[in-house]
Ligand binder design. Structure first.
Ligand code: ADP
Ligand code: ADP
Length: 229
């Protein structure tokens, strides 16, 4: 059994008279500790499946096995615990709390997890020791994303789910963020999933899942993923 097994997942959104099928029989598996890229154009259904996997949205049909447990069968209370403890999220626009410092943003997340890591160690891992007393508005985009990654990693989650993490960054900064995510995956053994519409990212992944028009179109396993240089 794989660490993550998504099978026969359907998700529809009712918009008045019309039904949008966002996920149409999605199937894929991921091994523990993999660095995975989900690739596809805007509107393909990538965020939908990531949100379902992260317990932020529910599917209409299907099974979502994470570490052997089907989270599709969870009630709200169990989903909340799962989101808090087992999943770290990284978003395109960082979603930091503006009136808390970098360190306080990370502490906030670690406080809700019983298996949280040492906050200073995580800040060091993401290269933010000199910036920990700064507020988000005093940090560059790349630095804010590092805080968001530290916040997610501090929970020591089973899954680190990243939705277009470099979408708001310039090319060089984006590369550094991807390298940080890849390094974190290798160092901590965390399973990392990055969704993107940028195919330039795919060579660095252990597994590339292409989604288009609500379906998985291909799955490719890279035996020799190229590190970002
Ligand atoms: P991607 O992440 O690949 O850009 P999404 O998963 O965000 O794609 O969206 C897939 C489809 O589902 C799109 O047509 C989008 O408009 C639609 N969709 C996503 N979320 C909602 C929602 N909350 N309500 C209605 N439609 C939605
Ligand atoms: P970017 O090129 O990523 O947009 P910026 O030009 O915004 O970066 O910032 C460059 C450097 O200046 C960063 O290290 C950032 O932390 C620092 N910086 C930007 N704004 C402030 C501020 N208001 N207070 C303190 N440092 C700042």
């Amino acid at each position: 059994m794989s660490y993550v097994e998504i099978s026969n997942v359907y998700k529809r959104y009712e918009m008045g008279e019309t039904t949008i099928v966002a996920n149409n029989d999605i199937n894929f598996s991921i091994d523990k500790g993999e660095f995975v890229v989900i690739l596809g154009p805007s509107g393909a259904g990538k965020s939908t499946v990531l949100n379902i996997l992260g317990g932020m949205d529910s599917c209409d049909e299907g099974n979502i096995l994470v570490d052997g447990v089907d989270i599709a069968k969870f009630n709200e209370r169990k989903l909340t615990t799962y989101r808090r403890i087992d999943v770290g999220f990284v978003f395109q626009f960082y979603n930091l709390v503006p009136n808390l410092t970098a360190k306080e943003n990370v502490e906030l997340a670690s406080q809700v997890s019983p298996k949280a890591l040492d906050v200073d160690a995580v800040l060091e891992q993401v290269g933010l020791v000199n910036r920990k007393s700064n507020f988000p508005a005093q940090l560059s985009g790349g630095e804010q994303q590092r805080v968001a990654i530290a916040r997610a990693l501090a929970k020591n989650p089973k899954l680190l789910l990243c939705d277009e993490p470099t979408g708001a960054l310039d090319y060089e900064t984006g590369k550094q963020i991807l390298k940080l995510l890849q390094d974190s995956c290798r160092k901590t053994g965390t399973t990392v999933i990055v969704i993107t519409h940028n195919s330039a990212i795919s060579p660095m992944a252990d597994r590339v899942i292409r989604i288009n028009d609500a379906k998985v179109r291909s799955i490719e396993v890279n035996e020799n993923p190229t590190p970002v240089e």
